[in-house]
Design a protein around this ligand. Structure first.
Ligand code: GRG
Length: 298
């Protein structure tokens, strides 16, 4: 599983993971109207070992803005559900056609394509139920739902995925690639940070700083992901490597080479950390997480 070389960060990440996973396990035991096979397909990928980075960002953002609230946990679960839905759908034959995810056969391999599509659909909808039922003011719930809808919607996550698929085996330039990465990967990072801020009652200036931090962090994370697809360890990653080349994907290593890509990621992490200055010590875990993104091996 994920280990950050910094023990303090590693313990922190593990404690959030335990809290979020236990909540996810509890809230995905549905009413008997939910078919058993659907509940199983949902829990199979959602509860499989993921890094839980987006929930961790929600927690860290709330703390940077002064406090965790019960909405922090709800928002953390919601972003993990939307992320998991996107992974399940991305693995389908019509998309990236991956047989392995989170160290186990992908959802459609285990439960069939129809059930995998429907498990993803259910997770997307359920995420909004969880956030809108949160024990927060109706203004905070509405703001969180709106931000989530934008991030998961046509101009962000889904739009990025469409452009990513369309760019396969095509020539493209760095700005096109960044535009894809910012939406496909960056949107969920950014909304995790915003939701963490909103759950803690952050002001708009704090939200803007968190958002900009997320923009740099998300792009750096995706560059590292592109690098790991070239030189990572399949067992650590829990998925097949070399898929980007196989699919003729537009990636950082393809456009920039390995060394320049790593330097770009380093520069982005530096910019991300700079963005946290106004939070002082309350954002220390976000600083540490930024450094972890560069060193990660899964
Ligand atoms: C189907 C709408 C839709 C979108 C799919 C998530 C996604 C978009 C594609 C998956 C492939 C990919 C490389 C996406 C970039 C984001 C990314 C690196 C996802 C994997 O996130 P991790 O590494 O996964 O945080 P875990 O399993 O640790 O949660």
């Amino acid at each position: 599983m994920v280990t950050a070389s910094n023990p303090q960060l590693s313990d922190y990440m593990q404690s959030v993971r335990v809290e979020v996973e236990s909540e996810l396990a509890e809230i995905t035991r549905f009413h008997s109207d939910c078919p058993n096979i659907l509940e199983q397909a949902i829990r199979y990928t959602l509860l499989a070992p993921g890094k839980r980075l987006r929930p961790i960002l929600v927690f860290m953002a709330s703390e940077a803005c002064g406090q965790r609230t019960s909405a922090t946990l709800d928002c953390a679960c919601a972003v993990e559900m939307i992320h998991t839905y996107s992974l399940i759908h991305d693995d389908l034959p019509a998309m990236d056609d991956d047989a392995m995810r989170r160290g186990q056969p992908a959802c459609h391999i285990q439960f069939g394509e129809a059930n995998a599509i429907l498990a993803g659909d259910a997770l997307l909808a359920y995420a909004f139920q969880v956030v809108s039922s949160s024990d927060s003011s109706s203004e905070v719930c509405a703001a969180c739902c709106r931000e989530l809808a934008i991030a998961a919607g046509p101009c962000h996550l889904v739009g990025g995925q469409v452009d990513d698929l369309a760019a396969e085996h095509q020539d493209g330039d760095l700005s096109q690639l960044q535009h894809i990465h910012q939406r496909k990967t960056g949107s969920l990072f950014r909304v995790s940070l915003k939701l963490g801020g909103l759950a803690a009652g952050a002001d708009s200036e704090q939200i803007d700083h968190l958002d900009t931090y997320g923009k740099y962090l998300g792009l750096a994370f995706q560059i590292v992901d592109d690098l790991l697809d070239c030189n990572g360890d399949q067992q650590w990653l829990g998925k097949q490597i070399g898929k980007d080349t196989e699919h003729g994907k537009l990636t950082y290593p393809r456009l920039r080479g390995m060394e320049a890509s790593r330097n770009d990621a380093q520069e982005l992490i530096h910019q991300a950390i700079e963005e946290l200055n106004s939070f002082g010590g309350a954002a220390e875990s976000l600083r540490q997480l930024a450094s972890y993104v560069l060193e990660r091996n899964n």
